[in-house]
Design a protein around this ligand. Structure first.
Ligand code: FAD
Ligand code: 2HG
Ligand code: ZN
Length: 485
């Protein structure tokens, strides 16, 4: 590719594949696609293409591979590590699957649903509900994120505890390779040991190995009983003990166990319409407990009652509320799911997506708090997340200052410095620096510090085998030295 970017004639050839109505080139139209939600990355691109079929995606990739044109897949643009954002100062063409948003098939007997890569997660939920089934992936972004992005980031969310992450929820894939070939792996089998698992290579690859255009997803029976409670606690140690108690009492009926700090509740109450403080007085920590049963509604009710009773008796719970209607259940979940966005109006937030073995969460938090507050006195630590999975969004809002707006950039400039405190701590507790959001651009240069040389070498060889021309979302996940990637 010419370093000045694709020539107008080449852009015309790309546009002709999808038709003029499905191409964006005006900077105003492109603008929302050049930046991600946190505003950390802002890229450039001459064109966004919206193909309407797998065949059109294949034609785009064939032309891209023949002409060495870099392509960035983007679906809902809710990713948190800049994987969907074109490179700054580059000429990557954005390929959006927003028109490929169909539910292709639902089979409630085999418990599978086949969707286009551009199907919106909330629409997949609705299609499953229409046949009395559940698709359990649950994210705050479910109204806008799409299946191709969920698979490519191996998304997690609030139901991983019971149902697993996206990798566990997928049986088969349809993928357009960087060469333009189509791999039809839309198999519906639970058991299939026939050679290397190609599907698992594309899941979590963040668009660096191919474009996911379709997927076979697993469905589950709709729960019969469902209970949601919020408990106020004194410490993360108590939260862990309560989690252990809940696991013992509820077993697989425990479908969510989320942790939130007081400051996160305050941010959410302050900045989210309709969210109220869930308990009478303030508490240092809150856990959101979700229980689903398949036999009867009474079982779920008995379980939540018994859990809270024992939690009070053991001195773990200071106060609690059980949602008494579907509306109240939604309100409690809404508070938790709004916590990510509620940090934005509080100035800069330096974020982490760490995981440690669940039993180590309190020790990790204590060590991280101490180190972070030494480095940034007054920092407002808003560490929340999926306690049941050992996955904490260890986010740190900037200290309150006279001019928060002006100080935000200076604070965010300390991002790497703060990562360098928190990430090694997570590793020292046997953890990971990216539990569910991926690597993208944000953590690309840290990957080699946390994966072994053999792992890095294997990842580079896989990348080169699938994408020898280096056109598939270059600059993301794995750096290929000397290849400009
Ligand atoms: P995009 O952002 O468009 O893309 C994400 C990555 O996938 C990029 O690298 C992109 O190039 C690649 N990609 C996209 N589509 C394709 C495709 N068809 N083929 C190949 N590659 C592709 N994430 C969690 O895991 N857990 C959470 O609890 C969670 N909560 C969130 C809450 C909020 C409020 C927000 C804004 C985000 C949250 N996220 C969470 C992050 C985000 O929603 C997920 O990463 C989501 O899975 C990305 O889907 P998307 O369609 O927006 O993908
Ligand atoms: C969540 O669990 C998301 O709400 C987002 O993964 C976390 O804002 C964040 O860091
Ligand atoms: Zn999360």
């Amino acid at each position: 590719m010419d370093i000045s970017g694709p020539k107008p004639e080449l852009l015309d050839r790309f546009a002709a594949i999808v038709g003029a109505n499905h191409v964006l080139t005006d900077p105003k139209d492109l603008a929302p696609h050049l930046v991600e939600g946190r505003g950390l990355y802002k890229g450039s691109s001459p064109m966004l293409l919206k193909p309407g079929s797998t065949a059109e995606v294949a034609a785009i990739m064939k032309l891209a591979s023949e002409t060495g044109t870099p392509i960035v897949p983007q679906t809902g643009n809710t990713g948190m590590v800049g994987g969907q954002t074109p490179r700054t100062g580059g000429h990557d063409i954005i390929l959006s699957l927003e028109r490929m948003n169909r539910i292709r098939d639902v089979d409630p007997v085999a418990n599978v649903l086949v969707a286009d890569g551009g199907a919106i997660l909330a629409d997949v939920h609705k299609a499953a509900e229409a046949v009395n089934r559940l698709f359990p992936l649950s994210l705050g972004s479910e109204g806008s994120c799409r299946i191709g992005g969920n698979l490519s980031t191996n998304a997690g969310g609030t139901a991983v505890l019971a149902y697993g992450n996206m990798r566990q929820l997928c049986l088969g894939l349809e993928v357009v390779l960087p060469t333009g070939e189509i791999w039809d792996g839309l198999r519906r089998l639970k058991k299939d040991n026939t050679g290397y698992d190609l599907r698992d290579l594309f899941i979590g690859a963040e668009g660096t190995l191919g474009i996911i255009t379709g997927a076979v997803l697993k469905l589950f029976p709709q729960p019969v009983g469902h209970q949601v409670a919020m408990a106020g606690l004194n410490s993360t140690e108590d939260a862990l003990k309560l989690f252990e108690l809940a696991s013992n009492l509820c077993g697989t009926a425990l479908t969510g166990f989320e942790l939130m700090p007081r400051i996160g509740v305050e941010f959410t109450v302050r900045h989210t319409d309709g969210v109220r403080d869930p308990l009478e007085g303030p508490h240092a920590w809150y856990t959101l407990i979700d229980i689903s049963t398949s036999d009867s509604a009474e079982t779920a009710e008995a379980m939540i009652q018994s859990l809270l009773e024992q939690g009070f008796e053991n001195g773990l719970i200071q106060d609690a509320v059980i949602a008494s209607s579907l509306q109240q259940q939604r309100a409690l979940w809404n508070m938790r799911e709004s916590m990510s966005d509620a940090q934005k109006p509080e100035g800069g937030s330096i974020k982490h997506d760490i995981s440690v073995p669940v039993s180590k969460v309190p020790a990790f938090m204590a060590a991280a708090d101490k180190a972070v507050l030494e480095a940034i006195p007054g920092a407002r630590i808003c560490a929340f997340g999926h306690l049941g999975d050992g996955n904490i969004h260890y986010n740190i809002s900037q200290p309150v200052t006279a001019d928060m707006g002006a100080d935000k950039a200076a604070y965010l400039a300390r991002w790497r410095e703060v990562n360098a405190i928190v990430h090694p701590l997570a590793i020292s507790f046997g953890g990971s620096i990216s539990a569910e959001h991926g690597i993208g651009q944000l953590k690309r240069d840290e990957l080699a510090d946390i994966r072994t040389p053999i792992e890095m070498d294997l990842m580079r060889r896989i990348k080169q085998a699938f994408d020898p021309a280096g056109i598939m979302n270059p600059g993301k996940v794995v750096a290929i030295p000397g290849a400009g990637l």
